[in-house]
Design a protein. Sequence first.
Length: 562
Amino acid sequence: MSKLANSDINILVVDDEEVVLSLVRDSLEEDGFVVRTASDAFEALESIEERAVELLITDIRMPRMDGIELVQKVRKSYPNIAVIFTTGYANLNSAKDALRQGASDYILKPFELKEMRQAVHNAVEKIKREADSRESDTQLDRLSDLHHMLFTVGDKKTLITISLRFAMMHCNSSHGSVLYWNSNTADVRVLSVSGEDIAETELPERVWLEGVNHLEPEHVHQPMVVSSLSEHPLFRHLADQNLEHNILPSLEQDGRLALVTPVCRGSSVYGVLIICVDSNSARVEDSSLRFLTFTTHQLAMSLENLEFLEEAQNAYTRLKELQDETIQLEKMATRGEMSAEIGHELNNFLGVVAGNLSLLDHQLKKKNYDELERYVSVMADNIGKIKNFTANLMDLRPISTTKEIVYFDKLIKEVIDYLKPQRRFRQVTINLVAISEPLPFEADTVHIQQVLYNLFNNAADAMMDCERREITLNAAPNEDRTSFRVTITDTGVGIQPENLRRVFHEKFTTKEKGHGFGLVVCKRIIESHHGKISIDSAPGMGTSISIDFPLHLHPVEVASAI
């Protein structure tokens, strides 16, 4: 905080007696105060308009305007001015009026100069305390403003520029720099401000490391005032002394000092802030170093938070990449399983065709033509089944990476048509509750098919050892008409309560050969479609899975939505 010297205190003495003015002025000037005089209140008002004063010493009884009225007029423009009243006509009313005006003292004439000096000393001490308090409040307001500014900034260069300009403004300086580095002391840079010009340069790593290797951490944790950067431990061992010119060239001017303040938090040092000021080290240390320490501490916190944010963003990016890879792996696993099912079904159809073809050949060799029609009919029937089966595969085949408007009622019907012929579902009854109205939504068709395929497979596996094997699917709009719910219910073994809480955790599975990613991927895909999934299950009571998708509120006719 700043400390006012006596020479910073301007005093105006107002009295209609010339001898009083002369004695008081000479006495106070000996103590280092700047003293002006006025012979009446009107002259005093003119003097104050020309140059404000911190302390007004005025007689109460004066012609044309008394001292009480003078103070009232002055306080309208300068409410913080201190006042000492003098009077040779003391009475209770004048004393009360003086107290009401917040007078620092009330001196009776004739007075001794010692008494006046003591009264002025007391008033000046109060002025200095109030000035320090106001400066502290101003500095706190400035620091608060700086904190709010730094809180909204998202890049390192802007953070440093704002803090440097803020510190330069406080020190009335037009030249400053910040030398800063990462937490691992790599990538050392200098950001310099000279007037309105901003420049950023990178220091040669070799030269910088030579300086850092000789540096003890405690050397840069205290602010310092130096006349040359080479006096500071951080720069003392640099091999390239020309760096001083690159970091703060204005320091080479005569009569300049550098305020070197660490940008640190705890034991972590992120750099140093350097400001060029006029040569007056006592004034510099007293008025600026503490404030700059708070400023650089806030900058260090912001830089630390920014590093944490960058690390979190990088971690999130890596996590998203891993999740996308997991989806692709699950998709490949799903397609592998589908390929096995497809191969099995086609082999069944082709086996029937091959068998009947052999019988046909056998009957032809025996010239037994009566049975030929039956074998041809069976082969034609199975070839028709192969055609229908592959037609459904064609509907499920498109690979899309973009979303489009599709109709769930059409999509689920074709998924079920594909699933029913598969061996896994031959002993399973799939009930599709009639969907009363179209349900359009924006979706990646392949991803939604993958979700449904996974959920139906899980339901079939859960019912493998059950007598009753039924899967029921119901889809209908929710009450708010902005979304619709799909519910898939099975009559399987159900899920234990302790496992129900873990179903969406990676690597959780109850299958002997399961990998534990299926439901995780389903949840991820559903959420990427702005949907929600929930599971309700109990041992022996089956499982019900509910999925909510947002409806497309302005449906359009789509010729080939699937």
